[in-house]
Design a binder for this molecule. Structure first.
Ligand code: PRP
Length: 182
């Protein structure tokens, strides 16, 4: 796998340090919400599962973890613009504080769709923690309260991010060589 990476953007240690910082900040902000409806972390499968697992362990508060699956990319390198719900939440989120853990905000279509769908269920609040926010011109205006890193508009893989379902298990985040997907 490593030979397909042209540049490492964020090392395993850098990711771990940033996720720990995000978790501490979230724990401070969310401490009052534990008794006020409770906290449900929502992860968007499949890519964000790794980030959610690491982030949740850095938030020292009682919380629930739940999962949704949406898809917009398939095996293509650019978003098709269509977002499908493949799996819905198991929990009822009415009156609860929802924290969405996403691996990457790119076009923003996934989060736009997800936040619209979840807000109709009358949660007490919805916030987003994204590990990466891509610097792209055409990005939906998503209010992300917690952002791990800004990243360049490159085809990146690792730490949950895939190309054709590969590279998710790379412990770091890197740029995929063009020859792999061209
Ligand atoms: C990726 C990623 C985000 C979304 C971001 O998911 O995990 O959910 O794309 O892109 P956007 O901001 O342009 O909508 P993908 O649909 O590739 O599914 P995956 O998590 O299974 O890889």
């Amino acid at each position: 796998m490593h030979e397909d990476i042209s540049e490492v953007l964020f090392t395993e240690d850098e990711i771990a340090a940033r996720v720990a910082e995000m978790g501490q900040r979230i724990a401070q902000d969310y401490a009052p919400k534990v008794e006020d409806g409770g906290i449900v972390m929502v992860s968007v499968l499949r890519g964000a599962a790794l980030f959610m697992a690491d982030l949740a362990r850095k938030i020292e508060l009682p919380l629930e973890m739940d999962y949704m699956a949406l898809s917009s990319y398939g095996n293509a390198t650019k978003s098709s613009g269509t977002v499908r719900i493949l799996k819905d939440l198991s929990s009822d989120i009415a009156g609860r504080h929802v924290l969405i853990a996403e691996d990457i905000l790119d076009s923003g279509l996934t989060l736009e769709h997800l936040m619209r769908a979840l807000s109709t269920r009358e949660p007490a609040s919805i916030e987003v923690a994204t590990l990466l926010r891509k610097k792209t011109k055409a990005q939906a205006a998503i209010d992300c309260r917690y952002v791990g890193f800004e990243c360049p508009d490159e085809f990146i893989v690792g730490y949950g991010l895939d190309y054709a379902e590969r590279y998710r298990n790379l412990p770091y985040i890197g740029v995929l060589k063009q020859e792999v997907y061209r």
